[in-house]
Each structure stands twice: as C-alpha cells, then as structure tokens.
Design a protein around this ligand. Sequence first.
Ligand code: M6P
Ligand code: ZN
Length: 189
Amino acid sequence: MNPFASNIHLPEGLLTPHHTRITRRLSSMKGQYADQPAFDTMLAKEDTLIYEVYENKVPEVRGQLLHGTSIVHPGKVGDEYFMTKGHFHKVLATAEVYYCLHGHGFMMMETPEGESSAMELLPGMVLYVPPCWAHRSINIGNDDLVTLFIYPGDAGHDYGTIETKGFRKIIVENDSQPAIVDNPHWLAK
Ligand code: M6P
Ligand code: ZN
C-alpha cells in the first residue's frame, strides 16, 4: 500500500478523508448503564447519538497501525456520563495510544485480573493503554470529547467480556462533580 494522510477538523473531530464512520446510539448500549429505568425512559423518547468513530482502514495484520478519531458527545443516562461501549482487544496483549484533542473526559481501564485505572483526558494529553487493559472513553464535560487513537492493525475488538460483566468502576455525576464509584451491576464471573 502507499503512504496516505488525512486531516482532523477541530473541534468536531471529523477526519477527512476517512474510510469508515461508525455511529453508536443509545439503543446499542443496552445493559451498559447502571440506571436501567433512566435508560429506558431516555430511549422511549429518542435513540440519542452517543458517539461516532472515523477510521482509516488498513489491512488487519501485524505491522499495520489502525487509526482514527472518536467523538463522544456530552450527556448522561441518569447520573452516568455518556461513554463508549469499551472493549478488550481480541489479541489481548496489544496496546493503544489516545491523544486528546478536545473536551474533557476519562479513560476507564481494567485488566482481567481486576486492576482498575481511570485517567483524565484533557486536550494535549497522550494516554497509553498498555497491553491487556480493557478501555472505555467517558465524556464528563459539556462539549464533545475528541480523541485520536492508534492501535495495531491485527488487535481486533472483544466486546463480549464487557457486555456481560461491565467495568468494575463507573463514573457518575455527584454534586456536579464526576465521581468514580463501584459498578453496582458488575458481575464477578
Ligand atoms: C476508540 C478506538 C476504536 C473504538 C472506539 C469506540 O476510538 O478504540 O477502535 O472502536 O474507541 O469504542 P468501542 O469500540 O468500545 O465502542
Ligand atoms: Zn482499543
């Protein structure tokens, strides 16, 4: 393949050109938010757009680097901030780099062994997600959270583990402040 370049338009995070645009709405996040009644009420009103991902496709093989932008819109389901589904990589021992371009958020991370880490994302910050850590972006601000991500082309996504167990910790608004708390629905199995 040949070298290529693209532009990131800020503050919206649009990548031009791009090969893929993924959109995730509330309906695709069933069971992910702690407050199920708040989720149902919200969904009955509107299938809100939670986040978008622009990607440049590369062959999904070792040696390639997949990259793109992710835009998590501001909002909450109950007290819990809008977030991505979150995933482990299918090839578990692969890392990812995030560069925060706009907004204010957190990266929630955890290992299969139970270590947990939540790191703040502010414009200019580069965050390294080491191999074997599941990761989820959370928007705690009033504006879009925009990040650039780069990860190995062969890494893939494993959503199943997070969909069934959830993350051990979640971030909710408490007295107008973000609070990292235990996920009441986290399953030990
Ligand atoms: C980041 C990257 C993408 C991922 C996206 C959305 O931008 O890690 O690979 O698809 O976040 O997160 P998720 O796939 O968990 O919905
Ligand atoms: Zn990833």
